[in-house]
Ligand binder design. Sequence first.
Ligand SMILES: Nc1ncnc2c1ncn2[C@@H]1O[C@H](COP(=O)(O)OP(=O)(O)OP(=O)(O)O)[C@@H](O)[C@H]1O
Ligand SMILES: [Mg+2]
Length: 477
Amino acid sequence: MKLTKIVSFRLPLIVCLLTCGLLYCFSYFIERWFEKLSVHQNVSELTSVISSIERELTYYSQDDNRDEFFQSLLLILTGHHRLFVYIVDDSGKILYRTRGPNLSIALKSADFEEIITKHTTTVSNVNQSSYRIAASRVITDQNKQYTTIVAVGRDLQIEFIRRLRKGLKILIGISCILALIGSFISIYLTQKPINRLIKKIERINLKNLNHRISTSSVPVKYVSLVRAFNKMLNRMEDVFQRQRNFTADIAHEMRTPITNLTTQTQIVLSNARTTEEYREILYSNLEEYERMSQMISDMLFLAQADNRQLVPNLVDINLHNMMVMICDYFEPLADEKAIKFELEGECCHILGDRMMLARAISNILSNAIRYTPENGIIKITLAQVSENRVKAVISNPGKKIDSRHLPHLFDRFYRVDESRHRNGNNTSGTGIGLAIVKSIIDTHKGNITVESDEQSTRFIINLPTAIQPLFNIKVTD
Ligand SMILES: Nc1ncnc2c1ncn2[C@@H]1O[C@H](COP(=O)(O)OP(=O)(O)OP(=O)(O)O)[C@@H](O)[C@H]1O
Ligand SMILES: [Mg+2]
């Protein structure tokens, strides 16, 4: 059986069992409450009657007030239905007895004396009817002893409780069936829009990834779910699109140098050349080979980052010193455009991979040099923003990057200049540099953002001072 079917059966059953259990407890308490109430009613009726009889008996005299006594007795018993009295003197002579069950058998019961002394009641069956019995013994002013037995019939109450029990059982049964049907219907009604939604989702595949589920076709409670799902589709579509572009870009990036190399080789082979000419062409080819090799190693680096195979070799790094070192390295290149570096800020220490971070900063600086106009100044600002975070801002003057490009700048092969052709002076790269920067910063559990306006373009890096040392740490100066 399918899991959904088991679940859709299980829930109504649970609801049914819970209703059943609750109603059973409820009916049990009602029954007990009625039983207690009827006992209480009987006991108070018996007590009041017996104490009235006791009072009358105390002054009873066979010669003086016999008629008066019987009249009082009748008055006491008026209004008490199914109440029976039996009064007997110490010689066993019956003084008074109502029509009905023979209560004298109570005299022979074992607990009779206890009922009298402790003023309790007992339940007894006489002629297949149940009675609650109370008794008392009175010594009159003339020193005569009378025993009074009073009984009240319980049959009506027993019958009432029996019917109540039966009624409650029927009520429990009906309620359970209704609860079962009700929960089946409510599950069906709740499940129906979900099933429709599932069918729509199942229809979405790679070919129609641009399809979105309309929020107007689903109940209000599922609107946020559908919105979240549509957002997820947006992200997936974006990833798939980038994946497709990525493959196309790789093919393109590889094809261009290979075509160049093939054409060049064909031209060279078409005629005899001098050694000098061969050497020149081979140098030119070498440049393309190096470029391709660099691109392949960049791709491998990114693939490793994607597969979380980049293992940072954590060491203590003085970020200020590292910046000075990289600026020194780029100085000859910057000098060509009379670009200056300005380094501000404190000496920040972080735990990181020296090679990786140097590569990331070099990529940003090489871009900065490429896009800074002549005589420009590239500013590097370092700051300890909190106890465990440092911030590095690398800003360069130059043309503003349009805001629509900013969110994609760290994507692979993304270049602001959409033309793929490199111009003669080779200012444009492959568009991998910033993707590598981002994966390095991510590996260090930091984050990088970019801002650009008419004055400058700024890359803002936030790094934790210490990331979890999962791997071996070498602490150096
Ligand atoms: N400092 C900057 N000023 C202006 N534009 C920039 C700057 N840095 C990057 N860009 C833009 O971002 C794009 C992507 O940069 P990225 O470093 O990833 O690629 P690239 O420099 O073109 O090639 P690669 O670095 O792989 O040789 C660049 O093509 C450029 O348009
Ligand atoms: Mg670059």
